[in-house]
Ligand binder design. Structure first.
Ligand code: NAG
Ligand code: NAG
Ligand code: NAG
Ligand code: NAG
Ligand code: NAG
Length: 279
């Protein structure tokens, strides 16, 4: 699992590099202060948890850390590990575990696995537009969706389904467009997005772009990070974006990428991971 997460990290970073030169956006002007004026407090609950804030967590990395997150009265309210079934340390943490059908492998058992843990929300295909990730062409993904994912609505009434989570590289947007046209009868409840780059402006542009282009569906940001090597810039980014998303109604949940403590070769993912739970 660890190596697959590391591969994910590298892959996501590569896709960021690919997209960085071509990325453009004009939506930041839409991200006016009025969007957040309805109080960041909307995400805070009486339990002291933040209903939006989650962890993307490599299940086999630094096993005690997930317990620390709980015990330090972190506001983290949910977690996922790109897997379908929580390993014991995550299952025992007391923090909601959200299952993911990462790719096409094992999808025949999806319904049973989701039912067995009583989950009422599901993430689906991780960066299918990317050959180093789940790498599924959009037409096959549409068939898999109709065969295995859409029927969950009957099997598990009330389940919330997340659309495939494409990369923020240039291939993500056209992949989703093709997927939705090939899958006219697929229904989804929220749109997971990933984003890597530098600076809040590009991130906000991307959120508004994805929101507007795919039917104004609620967004979950299931991976995001500022890739600057300057710690103070990264901290400033995470501080500002968490406050912004806490007050932005169409963002339902977000999870920084990622909670990696021992991955010293990627300093920009390590430093903020230590601080994120306490913000
Ligand atoms: C995590 O926190 C919840 C809520 O306070 C608690 O019920 C649970 O026992 C805690 N789990 C661990 C492993 O500390
Ligand atoms: C969607 O469902 C309708 C009604 O069952 C069917 O006629 C139509 O062919 C389906 N469309 C696609 C793209 O599968
Ligand atoms: C999304 O919201 C915008 C702005 O309110 C609106 O113009 C557009 O038609 C909406 N799109 C969909 C698919 O509902
Ligand atoms: C890091 O970024 C901050 C804010 O932009 C800047 O003031 C500082 O000089 C930078 N540090 C380095 C080592 O570049
Ligand atoms: C985040 O920003 C607020 C002010 O906007 C500041 O009070 C707080 O200390 C900052 N937190 C971190 C961790 O930088």
């Amino acid at each position: 699992m660890y190596t697959s997460v590391l591969a994910c990290l590298i892959a996501s970073y590569l896709s960021y590099l690919v997209s960085a030169s071509s990325a453009s956006g004009t939506a930041s002007s839409l991200a006016s202060s009025s969007d957040t004026s309805t109080a960041a407090a909307s995400a805070a609950s009486s339990s002291g948890k933040n209903s939006k804030r989650g962890l993307s967590y490599p299940a086999t990395d630094n096993i005690p850390d997930i317990l620390n997150v709980n015990q330090t009265k972190s506001v983290i309210s949910w977690q996922y590990d790109w897997g379908l079934t929580p390993p014991p340390n995550l299952a025992q943490s007391g923090i909601e575990y959200v299952p993911m059908q990462w790719g096409s492998g094992g999808i025949e058992n999806l319904g049973a696995a989701v039912k067995a843990q009583g989950a009422n929300v599901l993430l689906t295909f991780n960066e299918p537009d990317f050959d180093q990730q789940s790498n599924i062409d959009p037409n096959s993904a549409a068939q898999l969706w109709m065969q295995y994912i859409e029927p969950l609505r009957t099997d598990i009434p009330g389940i919330k389904l997340g659309a495939p989570a494409v990369s923020s590289g240039g291939s993500g947007f056209p992949w989703l467009t093709t997927f939705f046209s090939a899958c006219g009868n697929c229904s989804f409840d929220f749109l997971p997005v990933h984003w890597y780059g530098e600076g809040e402006g590009g991130f906000y542009d991307y959120l508004y772009q994805m929101y507007g282009e795919f039917g104004n569906k609620t967004i979950w940001v299931t991976e995001y990070a500022d890739t600057s090597l300057n710690d103070s810039e990264v901290l400033d980014f995470i501080n500002q974006t968490t406050v912004f998303m806490d007050g932005l109604d169409f963002v339902e949940r977000y999870a920084w990428f990622g909670y990696f403590v021992g991955t010293t070769s990627f300093a920009f993912f390590v430093e903020e991971a230590l601080i994120y739970p306490n913000i």
